[in-house]
Ligand binder design. Sequence first.
Ligand code: BGC
Length: 421
Amino acid sequence: MSRSLKFPKKFLWGAATAAHQVEGGQHNQWTVWELENARSLAARASYQYDDLESWKAVAREAKHPNNYVSGRGVDHFHRYEEDFRLLKQLGLTTFRFSIEWSRVEPEQGKWDAGAITHYRDYIRSMKKQGIVPVATLFHFTLPVWFAELGGFEKRRNVRHFVRFAEKVFEELGSDLGYVVTVNEPTVYMNESYLAGNWPPNKTGKLRGVWVLLNLIAAHKRIYALARASAHHRRLKLSMAHHVLHFYPGDTAWLSRMSAAVAGYAANTFTIRRVRRQSDYLAVNYYQAFRMFGYRAHNSELLEVNDLDWDMQPELLEDVLEELWERHRLPILVTENGLADGEDAKRVTWLKETIGAMSRALDAGVKLIGYLHWSLLDNFEWDKGYWPKFGLVAVNRRTMGRMVRPSARWLSGVIKRLRNEH
Ligand code: BGC
């Protein structure tokens, strides 16, 4: 497929993870919540997921309480060198990870020197293999003490997170380039505060929006802090936006209008508030919705992934072109992928995605890279371990890694694209 494709020489091909989803051995607000909720999540699985197409294949894992406890993760904390080697073998040269706040500041105001050394070694080890780091500061997990203070519900708590960012910059900043301050603020607002599926399980629109505004305020302060320092000025900062793509299914005024309104609420509302404080635009893309009137209704003919999310990877082109048109910032795709335990649909997804990016580049979008979610099978928050997003499968008993065939395919394409320069 690479014959008709042209990607810039410096295009960043890579994969993404987050600390809590892979490292193992955490102690934070989520681990406390998991232990309290594992049994009920397991008991609910049968009626919550039994209409999924993938149910037969995942039922055993989904009904077991252990599935909902992050526990040892996939032991990435100890096996990171092996994981970076795998990444490199696959021809991927960029890696997104998160720095776990609860490790670095386990108690308020007390920095853990061991954790800082760990992350320093970690980042240097990746750079030694020629891998470009993309570091996230907040990927849904909070230290217990910060959650007890009220987390991001209170504007005055923002300073604690800003202080953590400052510490990371002081200690690790010289080894970093791309930084994601906050991962998917809108998903965090939805899951933790509107739907109330995630800790602290609150529902309340006003509080949810206030949390979102506080995360935006945190990002802005961190941006100002980085710009004010001669050492950190070169860091490139963005929030990572979970972009939901809404498009009209017909030409009716209402369909066009509701697609525009939904897109504004889901994406533009947040992005335009941090547009001037973004050096690039970190974009996570998984799903799109076709609007008829004021309802979303995707075609019944679409393939779905193991979570029953409709697959429309080719629409990444429209996502990128619209974002470029509207915000004029260089774009890094910081997450994109699918749950596919059988690895039956990942190649199609990747093929369509690469085609979409190539067309967006042709159309003039300044696209700087693509990071697949995820390198490894990982802990999928309230769903636990049964959804398999990894290019590399992990056997959690042995912690053995197994490169999936789709990853080999991707690796072949990337290597060919690179050789064409
Ligand atoms: C999150 C990841 C998650 C992925 C797949 C994204 O919204 O940032 O943490 O694993 O979606 O569900």
